[in-house]
Design a protein around this ligand. Structure first.
Ligand code: NAD
Length: 493
C-alpha cells in the first residue's frame, strides 16, 4: 500500500508508526500515513530553526516573493495530482476541488508574494526638548518588521490545501519557517506541497510536515515545543481552548480561526431567486463542511413558506455521486465518526423533549450511497423548520449539509436572534435596501458579513471570527501583523 511520509528538511521522512488514511467516498483505506511522535516533531522543529537562522532569513524579500511565485506555478503544474489527492482524502467533488481548493492553494502564494513586494516600513523624525535641561534631541525612529522564527501551522480537514497555504504563504513571506501539522484525515496534499517547495528551490527546512493526531500526539508536541514561536490554528473552538492551555507555559503567539453557527437573514425586499440560490450554496457546499456555511436561515414571514419550499426543492436536486464525475454536486462527510455525529442531530436522540424536535422538510437520514460507493459516509441534505431558538439544532455547530429555516417579523428581532450565539464568524444578508444593508451589517456580531452574496473573498481583507469563532485576523496586511514582529530602532542624529 502506498505510504504518505512526513516531510522534513527538504526530504520525505518515513516513520515506523503508521495510521490509515481512509477515502470517505468508499470507506476503504487509501494509504498508510507515517505518524510523527514527539521526537520526529523535534526533528522538524530543529530543521526549521536551522533554516530560519540560515538561508531563509538571509534572503531578500524580493527573493522570497519570487520563490513563493514559483511554488504557485509548481502547484499549477501538478494541478491534476493535487486534485486527485484532495478528492481521495476528502471525497469532495471535482467541481469543487478543481475550482476552489487547488486554484486557491496556488493563489494564496501569489497573493502574499505580491503583498510582500508592496509592503513598506515607517519612519518618524522625532524632536524632543528635555524637560529639565532644555537640550533638544533630534532622532530618526524606524519601525521595522522581523519574522518570529519557527511557526507551527495546525490545519483541519475540510479545505486542506486551501486553509494550510492561507497560513504557510504569509508565514514564509514574512521570513519565518514552518512546521505544518495537517489533519490526520487529509495528509496527502501537505506532503505533495513539500515536493513542490523542493522543486521550486525553497531552502531545505523552510517547509516541514509532521503527520499525526492532535491531543497527546504530533499536534500537542508542536504546541508545547519551546522552539516554536507561534501557533496558527484552524479548527474547532474546543481544540482552540486546548491549544491555548498547552501553549501557555511557553507563552506563544496564537492565531485562531474556529467554529461557527452562521446565520443568513432574508428580508422581505430580497431578490428571492438570488437568496435561494445563495443559501443552497452556503448551506450545502462541501457537504456543509465549511466554517462559513449557513446553518441558520432567518426569513421574513411574508416570504417564508415560498422560501422553504424553494430551498427544499433545491436541496433535493443535489447530486450525490462519484466525486470524479463533473455532474456530482455533493460528496460524503469526512469520516464515519463525523457521519455518526451529524446523524445524531438528524435523529434527535439526545435533546430535551420540552424543546420539541422540529419538522424535517427534506432529508434527515443517511443517504442511499451512489453506485460503487457503498462504504462511504453519505448523508442527505437536510432542512428543518419549527425549531425552538434554544434547541441544539439552532445553537450548536453541526458541520454537515443541513440548516434550520425560521421566520421573523422585524429587523431588530432578526438581528437579536442572529446575535444570540456564542459564535460570530460570518453572516449573509439578503436585501435590496441599501440603508438596511449598511445598518444590519454593522449590527450583526460577525467577523465577516456578505450582502447579497456569500464567500466572495478578496485576500487583501481580514478574515476571522468574533466571540468563540476566533482570535485575531489573517489576510492581507493583517497576516503580516501576525507573522512578523514590529521593532522600534531610535537613532539620535
Ligand atoms: P479539529 O479542531 O478537530 O482539528 C483541527 C486540527 O487540530 C487537526 O489537525 C487536529 O489533529 C489538530 N488537533 C486536535 N486536537 C489538538 C490538540 N489538543 N493540540 C494540537 N492540535 C490538535 O477540527 P476539524 O474537525 O479538523 O475541523 C472542523 C472544524 O474547523 C469546525 O469546527 C470548523 O468550523 C472549523 N474551521 C474553522 C475555519 C475558520 O476559518 N474559522 C475554517 C475551517 C474549519
Amino acid at each position: 500500500m502506498a505510504v504518505v511520509p512526513c516531510f522534513i528538511d527538504g526530504k520525505a521522512r518515513e516513520t515506523d508508526e503508521r495510521f490509515a488514511d481512509v477515502n470517505p467516498a468508499t470507506g476503504t483505506i487509501a494509504h498508510e500515513v507515517c505518524e510523527a511522535d514527539a521526537g520526529v516533531v523535534d526533528e522538524a522543529v530543529q530543521a526549521a530553526s536551522r533554516a530560519f537562522r540560515g538561508p531563509w532569513r538571509l534572503r531578500s524579500a524580493a527573493q522570497r516573493a519570487a520563490l513563493l511565485e514559483k511554488v504557485a506555478d509548481g502547484i499549477d503544474a501538478r494541478r491534476e495530482e493535487f486534485i486527485r489527492a484532495e478528492i481521495e482524502d476528502t471525497g469532495k467533488p471535482v467541481a469543487l476541488a478543481g475550482v476552489l481548493d487547488i486554484p486557491r492553494g496556488a493563489q494564496n502564494f501569489r497573493a502574499f508574494a505580491h503583498q510582500l513586494r508592496t509592503l513598506g516600513e515607517e519612519s518618524f523624525t522625532t524632536v524632543v526638548d528635555d524637560a529639565v535641561t532644555g537640550e533638544r534631541s533630534t532622532a530618526l525612529n524606524l519601525v521595522v518588521h522581523e519574522p518570529l522564527g519557527v511557526v507551527g501551522v495546525i490545519c483541519p480537514w475540510n479545505l486542506p490545501l486551501l486553509l494550510m497555504t492561507w497560513k504557510v504563504a504569509p508565514a514564509l513571506a514574512a521570513g519565518n519557517t514552518v512546521v505544518v501539522k495537517p489533519s490526520e484525515e487529509t495528509p496527502q496534499t501537505a506532503t505533495l506541497l513539500g515536493e513542490v517547495m523542493k522543486a521550486a528551490g525553497v531552502d531545505d527546512g523552510v517547509y516541514n510536515v509532521v503527520h499525526g493526531f492532535g491531543n497527546k500526539s504530533a499536534g500537542q508536541a508542536l504546541v508545547e515545543h519551546n522552539d516554536v514561536a507561534a501557533i496558527t490554528f484552524t479548527g474547532e473552538s474546543k481544540t482552540g481552548s486546548a491549544i491555548m492551555r498547552d501553549a501557555a507555559p511557553s507563552l506563544k503567539r496564537l492565531s485562531f480561526e474556529l467554529g461557527g453557527k452562521n446565520a443568513a437573514i432574508v428580508f422581505a425586499d430580497a431578490d428571492v431567486d438570488a437568496a435561494v440560490a445563495g443559501t443552497l450554496r452556503s448551506a450545502f457546499w462541501n457537504t456543509g463542511q465549511i466554517c462559513l456555511c449557513t446553518e441558520r436561515v432567518y426569513v421574513h414571514r411574508s416570504l417564508y413558506v415560498d422560501f422553504v419550499e424553494r430551498l427544499a426543492a433545491g436541496a433535493k436536486k443535489r447530486v450525490l455521486g462519484d466525486p470524479h464525475a463533473a455532474t456530482t454536486t455533493m460528496g460524503p462527510l469526512i469520516s464515519r465518526t463525523h457521519q455518526r455525529k451529524v446523524l445524531g442531530y438528524f435523529e434527535h436522540t439526545a435533546w430535551d423533549p420540552a424543546l420539541g424536535a422540529g419538522t424535517i422538510v427534506t432529508g434527515g437520514s443517511a443517504a442511499e450511497p451512489p453506485a460503487g460507493f457503498a462504504g462511504g459516509f453519505w448523508v442527505e441534505p437536510t432542512i428543518w423548520t419549527d425549531v425552538d431558538d434554544r434547541h441544539p439544532l439552532v445553537t450548536e455547530e453541526i458541520f454537515g449539509p443541513c440548516t434550520v429555516v425560521l421566520p421573523f417579523d422585524d429587523e431588530d428581532e432578526a438581528v437579536a436572534r442572529t446575535n444570540a450565539s456564542v459564535y460570530g464568524l460570518c453572516c449573509a444578508i439578503w436585501t435590496r435596501d441599501l440603508q438596511r444593508a449598511h445598518r444590519v451589517s454593522r449590527a450583526v456580531d460577525a467577523g465577516l458579513v456578505w450582502v447579497n452574496t456569500w464567500y466572495l473573498r478578496d485576500l487583501r481583507t481580514p478574515f476571522g471570527g468574533k466571540k468563540r469563532s476566533g482570535i485575531g485576523r489573517e489576510g492581507g496586511r493583517m497576516s503580516f501583523d501576525f507573522y512578523a514582529e514590529p521593532k522600534n530602532i531610535c537613532i539620535k542624529l
